[in-house]
Each structure stands twice: as structure tokens, then as C-alpha cells.
Design a protein around this ligand. Structure first.
Ligand code: AMP
Length: 411
């Protein structure tokens, strides 16, 4: 059985084809600049076929899917003989609203609910729908499954998901904390539970998905009981370009300063804030750490007289805020067994992991600096001697979770 996993953005479409017997990737790739000029990078894995990496006309997501199918089945770049070898498609779907607490086989009713969710995720759901519709058109006989970023967080209790605003917005407009990165929090917390002995009951874990978008989850007995992102991915810790939790009055204040309407003002908070806003030159942690005089290969600090203060400040604000949320989740969980780092920064930045953990020394978190000084290409245990909390860096695999859920639903 082969499952094609699709992650559609507004001008991009990432894919991975899994052989579910082995859970190995047969091919992966990325369509970029859809609707502009178009580029496809397609990589067959492990069968000796060539990589395709070239500009290609991609006016819509439908052409992108056709190009992907053509490459997956072609003589030169292919990994399967024909379309009939794709048994199902799993779609990363950002929002499931209040209707979806688990992955779902896509039919007209699911499409209608997703269309209704556009008001909650106007930046993401339209792109997801373009990917879903393109696949349904190109592969009408192949079952399509939606796997939601929000569903792992459906176990969050009312007291944590209700905003202290007029209750009618929840009742009538579905405004509540939803949380995102659910497939990632679910995947890495399951691996942490295995390492803690395999029984979810009684475990208290905080997972830190630190990437371009970042969120934390408090996970008790294997279930999410709180998470930092909210009704949208803007809330929580500072991110690459998003501000995270700030005084909501800033919307009004920035609008007055800039003389802009709400939409443009929200663009400042979504696209020009976070570490980019503080540092000013890049949202990429590799650039920021380098500018701050940090060796990104092992997280050590170099003697650098021209180290950029604002780069260092951006890193400090980030690690401070992440540590602050971890502290609050220790209260939520009533203790902590394991702290897990994942995603681009969590897996690859020894400096950030240490900067966060150093702020947690007062509650008994100690890491092993030598074990920490590498990228986590596999499960990495960086717990130090005498630590009261296990500290892990675990590569996430959201695509595999989507493929597994898709298999479960179609079989
Ligand atoms: P993601 O959204 O999970 O792909 O993560 C992207 C983020 O991970 C970007 O800010 C990258 O700069 C960051 N990242 C990737 N590799 C490294 C590294 N070696 N050191 C620090 N940050 C990294």
C-alpha cells in the first residue's frame, strides 16, 4: 500500500510518497511558486533514479499535482508504474474547527465544513482546499483523507480553551483556543513516552515545536491539555515573523502609528514581528545565531567584537518566552517528567536548547553540554547528571503521522 502525503500552501505543494509496509519514503518533492512561474524538485529515494530539479509552468495547484503524478510514474524519475499504485492521499489540513476531533475521509460534507473553517484560518484553509480539490480531480477513484493540525489538542479542557471574552463568540462563532502542530506534538510525545517506559498513564511532558512557527504543548497521560497557539497560529511564543502573545491593544496602537487598516496592521504582527522584528535582518535562526557570534554547528559562543546586539536580544527574547511558557505548563501538569525539543530549531540548534534549559535550572533541569552540542538527526537524550527532568531532542515526522492516519482510515 502506498500513501501520498500532500502539504499544500498558497503557492507551494510539498509531497512524500510512502510505502506503508516499510513506512519508507519512495519519493518526495516540492512544487514552488505555483501561480507565478513554477518550479518542481522531485527526489526519488533509494531506487537510483535521477532527481528532477527545474522550472516548470505551474499556473495552478491542479497542474502541480499533474506534474507530481507525471514524475512519480515516469521512466526517468519514477518510483511507481502507474497511478493505480497510489492507494490513498493524506492531506495536511491546518484547521478542523469544532467539528473534527480526528482525521476524516474527505467527502462533500468534509469539504463543506472546511469551507466553513476559512473564517478561522483564512490564510491556510483555502490553500489546503486547493490541494484537496486538485487531488480529487486528478485521482477521483483514490480515497483522500484530511489530517488536522488541530485535532491532537481536542482534549484541552474548557478552562484552557475558553478565552476571557464575551462567551457568545465561542457559542456563535466558534472562537476558542484550537492549537496547531498537533501531528508533531503527537509524534514526538509518543516517542518520549516510549523512552519513559511505554505507559502514557501518569506521564507529564512538555513538547516544544520550535521552527519558523513555534508552539508548546502540555501533555498529560499522552493527551494534550494545553498549547500555546490559539484560534490562529499567531498566539504563544515569539516566532520567525509572528509576534506571539502580546498586548492586544498593540493592534490599535500600531494602526494609529502607521495609519493602516486592521489587515495591514495584522500583517505587521504576522509577517514583520517575532525574531525578525527584533533583529531586523532575517527570521532565520541560523543567520541570527551567526550574527550574535554563535557557532551554529555546536552552539558555542565565539569571541566576536562585532556581535550584533539585536541578534542576541532576539535570541534572548525567544528563549526567555519559551522558558516562561514551560514554567507555566509545569504548573498546568503538576510536575514534569520530560521536556522535548523538535522542529527546525529544536532539532538543530544546540544554542537555543541550552539557552532555554539554563533558564530552567531553578526547577532542576540540567542538560549534558557535550550530548547537546550536535544536531538531533535521531532521538537525542541530552539529560544531564542530576537532572530532575529528562530532556530530549527528537526529529519530528508530521508526514509519517499523516500517512499512518490515512492508512488507518482507509483500511
Ligand atoms: P522549520 O519551520 O521546522 O522548518 O524550522 C525552520 C527554522 O529552523 C529556521 O528558523 C531555521 O533557521 C532553523 N534552523 C534550521 N537549522 C538550524 C541550525 N543548524 N541552527 C539553528 N537554527 C536552525
Amino acid at each position: 500500500m502506498n500513501v501520498l502525503v500532500i502539504n499544500a500552501g498558497s503557492s507551494s505543494l510539498k509531497y512524500q510518497l510512502f510505502d506503508m509496509k516499510t513506512e519508507k519514503i519512495l519519493a518526495k518533492g516540492n512544487c514552488d511558486r505555483i501561480g507565478l512561474d513554477g518550479h518542481l524538485k522531485h527526489t526519488p529515494v533509494g531506487n537510483g533514479k535521477s532527481v528532477f530539479d527545474s522550472d516548470i509552468h505551474l499556473p495552478t495547484h491542479a497542474e502541480a499535482i499533474s506534474a507530481v503524478i507525471e514524475k512519480l510514474t515516469s521512466d526517468d524519475y519514477g518510483v511507481i508504474g502507474s497511478l493505480s499504485e497510489i492507494n490513498a492521499v493524506g492531506h495536511r489540513t491546518v484547521h478542523g474547527g469544532r467539528k473534527f476531533f480526528a482525521s476524516a475521509l474527505i467527502d462533500e460534507d468534509v469539504i463543506a465544513v472546511l469551507e466553513d473553517c476559512i473564517r478561522l484560518a483564512p490564510l491556510h484553509i483555502p490553500a489546503n482546499l486547493m490541494g484537496i480539490n486538485a487531488c480529487r480531480e486528478s485521482m477521483p477513484a483514490v480515497p483522500q483523507v484530511a489530517v488536522f493540525d488541530t485535532s491532537f489538542h481536542h482534549t484541552i479542557p474548557e478552562e484552557a480553551y475558553i478565552y476571557p471574552i464575551p462567551y457568545k463568540y465561542y457559542e456563535e462563532n466558534d472562537i476558542r483556543r484550537y492549537g496547531f502542530h498537533g501531528t508533531s506534538h503527537r509524534y514526538v510525545s509518543a516517542l518520549a513516552i516510549e523512552r519513559l517506559g511505554g505507559k502514557a498513564e501518569g506521564t507529564k511532558i512538555i513538547t516544544c515545536h520550535l521552527g519558523n512557527g513555534s508552539s508548546l504543548a502540555a501533555i498529560k497521560d499522552g493527551k494534550s491539555i494545553d498549547t500555546t497557539m490559539g484560534v490562529t497560529p499567531l498566539e504563544g511564543v515569539p516566532m520567525g515573523t509572528r509576534c506571539g502573545s502580546v498586548d492586544p491593544s498593540l493592534v490599535d496602537i500600531i494602526a494609529a502609528i502607521e495609519g493602516t487598516a486592521i489587515k495591514e496592521t495584522m500583517d505587521v504582527l504576522n509577517k514583520k514581528s517575532g525574531v525578525l522584528g527584533i533583529y531586523g535582518k532575517s527570521s532565520d535562526f541560523r543567520d541570527i545565531e551567526t550574527a550574535a557570534g554563535i557557532d551554529i554547528s555546536d552552539g558555542s559562543t565565539k569571541e566576536k567584537t562585532d556581535a550584533d546586539h539585536r541578534a542576541k536580544l532576539a535570541l534572548d527574547v525567544f528563549s526567555y518566552q519559551v522558558a516562561k511558557f514551560i514554567g507555566s505548563y509545569i504548573v498546568t501538569l503538576g510536575g514534569l517528567d520530560a521536556l522535548v525539543f523538535t522542529a527546525g530549531i529544536g532539532e538543530n540548534s544546540p544554542y537555543i536548547r541550552k539557552a532555554i534549559c539554563d533558564r530552567l535550572s531553578g526547577i532542576g533541569v540540567v542538560i549534558n553540554d557535550e550530548a547537546n552540542a550536535v544536531r538531533a538527526v535521531d532521538f537525542l537524550d541530552i539529560t544531564g547528571n542530576g537532572s530532575k527532568v529528562k530532556v530530549f531532542a527528537i526529529p519530528t515526522n508530521e508526514e509519517l503521522v499523516i500517512a499512518r492516519d490515512t492508512m488507518e482510515i482507509i483500511t
